[in-house]
Design a protein around this ligand. Structure first.
Ligand code: 13P
Length: 255
């Protein structure tokens, strides 16, 4: 039985002060929830403060990105060990905003995934098609390419321990949610490819979460799909009560 995971991707929002306040509030709101993995992904500058505010709680902290090299002359970049030391346990890799705005590719995603695993961070690997690709009926080919490229050379055990976030690009920040059936179809496809390429234990254990305009009023429809193990939440994570609501509605007993 896979434990649901709800992660809030804060993107470029919240100062250290705002992030600390939010984390403390969320901590008390979800303190009795032990059947959902709760993850927050603040900007780099607030990772340490959020980790301190979440210490000994059931909230884990994620980075939103990292660089694959261990150290060196890479102005502006941050290594896996650095985010780990700051308190992160997870790292989001290959978000569509990184792919479209900052030129990330399946090759760079793969380097980052390998570096994250080497530093004992859990990667949350983002994949998903654009609207044009969906309209051209290329969705499943795009997904295959992104899984193959992004997870190249990983072992079954390594895949079992990571998180894949299916985020159709056309559903991010648009209010245009994929229907549960659309998401469910792609999630089932991802799971079958994981089984084919990395073995049944990896496919059964790897968490595959959905992202794209997830809100309190649609989370239950998504999580009710057998291969949807949680959500990567953008806009709705800014309001701590909406985020708490999404966490509560993802509890196995409520689905
Ligand atoms: P929205 O929930 O705002 O659509 O963002 C989704 C997302 O990008 C999560 O990573």
């Amino acid at each position: 039985m896979r434990k649901p995971l709800i992660a809030g991707n804060w993107k470029m929002f919240k100062t250290v002060q705002e992030a600390t306040f939010y984390t403390k509030e969320l901590r008390s709101l979800v303190k009795d929830i032990h059947d959902v993995l709760v993850v927050i992904a603040p900007p780099f500058t607030a990772i340490h403060a959020c980790s301190e505010a979440a210490r000994n709680s059931n909230i884990a902290v994620s980075a939103q990105n990292m660089f694959w090299e261990k150290q060196g002359a890479f102005t502006g970049e941050i290594s896996a060990a650095m985010v780990k030391e700051a308190g992160a346990e997870y790292v989001i890799i290959g978000h569509s905003e990184r792919r479209t705005l900052f030129g990330e590719t399946d090759v760079t995603v793969n380097r980052k995934v390998l570096a994250a695993i080497a530093a004992s961070l859990t990667p949350i690997v983002c994949i998903g098609e654009t609207l044009e690709q969906r309209d051209r009926n290329e969705t499943l080919d795009v997904i295959d390419r992104q899984i193959k490229g992004g997870l190249d050379s990983l072992t079954g055990d390594q895949v079992a321990a990571l998180v894949i976030a299916y985020e159709p690009v056309w559903a991010i920040g648009t209010g245009r949610n994929a229907t549960p059936a659309q998401a469910g179809e792609v999630h089932a496809h991802i799971r079958s490819r994981l089984r084919q390429w990395f073995g049944a234990p990896a496919a059964e254990t790897c968490l595959v979460i959905y992202g794209g305009s997830v809100k309190p009023d649609n989370i239950q429809d998504h999580i009710a799909q057998p291969d949807v193990d949680g959500a990567l939440v953008g806009g709705a994570r800014l309001d701590v009560r909406a985020f708490q609501d999404i966490v509560v509605k993802s509890r196995p007993a409520t689905v």
